[in-house]
Design a protein around this ligand. Structure first.
Ligand code: NAG
Ligand code: NAG
Ligand code: NAG
Length: 370
C-alpha cells in the first residue's frame, strides 16, 4: 500500500508540489507566514482533516487488498464414487466433432471398447489414444467422457496413476457444463500439451466479472488474473505447478492425487505425489480434510468472483485431444516441445508416438458439504 501517492498529489499544500505558476508568482495569500492566526488555524485544521482522510482511504484500500475469503472447514460426506469395472457406466461418451478443432476423432462407447481405448478393471480405468492405426488420415481415434452427474459444489478427489503425454496431445481432466459455456464456467484441474514436462496448469474460464487480482494463498505460479473468456484469447486465469505435477515425472512416482475444492468461498486445488499422500487421503475410509493440507497449489478466491454464479452444473470430463487450438500452437508444438513436422502430419503417421498417451485413474470421489 502506497500512501505517499495520496499525500503528495491529492492532499499536500506544499508549494513545491503545486502548479508552476503558484510557485513562481507567490502571493501573500499563499505564504503561510503572511497569514493571520485565524487563517493559520483553518489551514492547520484542513491539513489535519486531509491527513485523516488519507489514512482512512489508505486503511480502506489496505483492507480491500487484504480481503480473503473464509475457508472454514466444511462437513463433507461422500456422494459419488467412480471406481472399478463400472467406472465408465457413469459417463457419456462425447462423439461429436471436436469443438476445439483438433485432429482427433472422439469415438462412442462401442468403438472405444472394440479398439480397447477405454478399459476398466477392479484396480483402475484406462482411456487411451489409438496407438496402432498406421495412417489416420482424418484424425486419430481418442475418447472424451463426461460424467452424467453434475455438481454445483464439492470436494473432488482424483486418484491418478498415469497422465498422458507426447507430441500432438492435449489431455485434460476438467469440469464444465458444455451445454452452457461459458455461462456456467469451466475448471481445468489437469491440463497440458505435447511433452507435458512444464508443469500442470489449473485454470478457470468464466464470463466477465471474475478476477484474481486479489490476495491469494498458493504455491503455484499464477499466469493471468482475468478468468473472462473474452480476454487473452480465452486463456482463462491459470496457475502452473512444478514440472513434477504432470507427465513423465508425475507418472514415474506412481502418479498421485489431485484434490479440487469448489465452494462459495473459492476454488482451490492441491496435488500430492503417491509417496507423500496425507493420511486422510491415503486411507480408504477417512473423509478428506482440506484444512489439514497446508497451502494449496492453486487458489481462486471469491473476493472478486462470485464463484456460485460463475461455476455450476459441472460435469467431470476426461479427454485427450490431438492438435487443435492449444497443442498445435507453434509456441507449444514447435518452441516449447520441439515436436516434428506439422501436428496433424505427425499425429496421422506415428501411432507408436501415442503409447504414453493414456490416462489411468484409480478412482474419482466426490464429497459434498452436509
Ligand atoms: C486393454 O487395455 C487394458 C488397459 O491398458 C489392458 O490391460 C488389456 O490387456 C487390453 N486388452 C486387450 C484385449 O488388449
Ligand atoms: C465468450 O463468451 C461469450 C458469451 O458470454 C461469447 O459470445 C464469446 O464468443 C466468447 N468468446 C470466446 C473467445 O470464446
Ligand atoms: C446441466 O447440464 C446438463 C448437461 O450435463 C444439461 O443438460 C442441463 O440443461 C444443465 N442444467 C442447467 C440448469 O443448466
Amino acid at each position: 500500500m502506497d500512501l505517499s501517492r495520496f499525500r503528495s498529489t491529492k492532499f499536500s499544500k506544499d508549494p513545491a508540489t503545486t502548479s508552476d505558476s503558484a510557485s513562481h508568482d507567490v502571493s501573500p495569500e499563499r505564504q503561510p507566514s503572511g497569514w493571520s492566526l485565524r487563517k493559520k488555524l483553518i489551514f492547520a485544521a484542513a491539513v489535519t482533516a486531509a491527513a485523516v482522510i488519507a489514512v482512512v482511504i489508505g486503511a480502506v484500500v489496505g483492507v480491500k487488498v487484504n480481503r480473503y475469503p473464509d475457508y472454514t472447514p466444511l462437513n463433507y460426506r461422500l456422494v459419488d464414487t467412480y471406481q472399478g469395472k463400472s467406472f465408465f457406466d457413469k459417463f457419456d461418451y462425447f462423439s461429436a466433432e471436436d469443438p476445439t478443432h483438433g485432429f482427433v476423432v472422439y469415438v462412442d462407447s462401442i468403438t472405444a471398447q472394440d479398439f480397447n481405448l477405454t478399459h476398466a478393471s477392479d484396480s483402475s480405468a484406462v482411456l487411451r489414444v489409438d496407438a496402432s492405426t498406421p495412417n489416420a488420415i482424418v484424425g486419430r481415434n481418442s475418447v472424451r467422457i463426461e460424467s452424467k452427474a453434475t455438481y454445483d459444489t464439492g470436494l473432488f478427489m482424483f486418484d491418478i496413476v498415469h497422465t498422458p503425454y507426447g507430441c500432438g496431445t492435449w489431455p485434460a481432466l476438467w469440469l464444465t457444463d458444455g451445454y452452457n459455456w461459458p455461462e456456467n464456467g469451466e475448471i481445468d484441474v489437469l491440463e497440458s500439451t505435447n511433452g507435458g514436462s512444464h508443469g500442470n496448469e489449473i485454470t478457470l474460464h468464466s464470463t466477465d466479472g471474475c478476477n484474481m487480482d486479489v490476495k491469494r494463498k498458493l504455491t503455484g505460479e499464477a499466469v493471468f488474473q482475468s478468468c473472462d473468456n473474452s480476454t487473452h484469447g480465452n486463456a482463462g486465469c491459470g496457475v502452473i505447478g512444478h514440472p513434477t505435477t504432470y507427465g513423465e515425472a508425475m507418472n514415474a512416482n506412481g502418479g498421485g492425487v489431485y484434490a479440487l475444492e469448489l465452494r462459495a468461498a473459492g476454488v482451490r486445488a492441491w496435488f500430492f505425489p503417491r509417496d507423500a499422500l496425507p493420511a486422510d487421503i491415503a486411507s480408504e475410509d477417512r473423509i478428506p480434510d482440506p484444512s489439514s493440507w497446508g497451502t494449496a497449489l492453486a487458489d481462486f478466491p471469491s473476493t472478486k468472483c462470485d464463484i456460485g454464479s460463475h461455476f455450476r452444473n459441472q460435469s467431470i470430463i476426461a479427454n485427450i485431444a490431438l492438435c487443435g487450438e492449444l497443442a498445435a500452437l507453434p509456441q507449444y508444438y514447435d518452441h516449447m516441445y520441439n515436436c516434428p513436422a506439422t501436428c496433424p502430419e505427425f499425429v496421422a503417421e506415428n501411432p507408436d508416438a501415442f503409447e504414453e498417451a493414456y490416462w489411468e485413474f484409480r478412482s474419482f470421489k466426490v464429497y459434498q458439504a452436509t
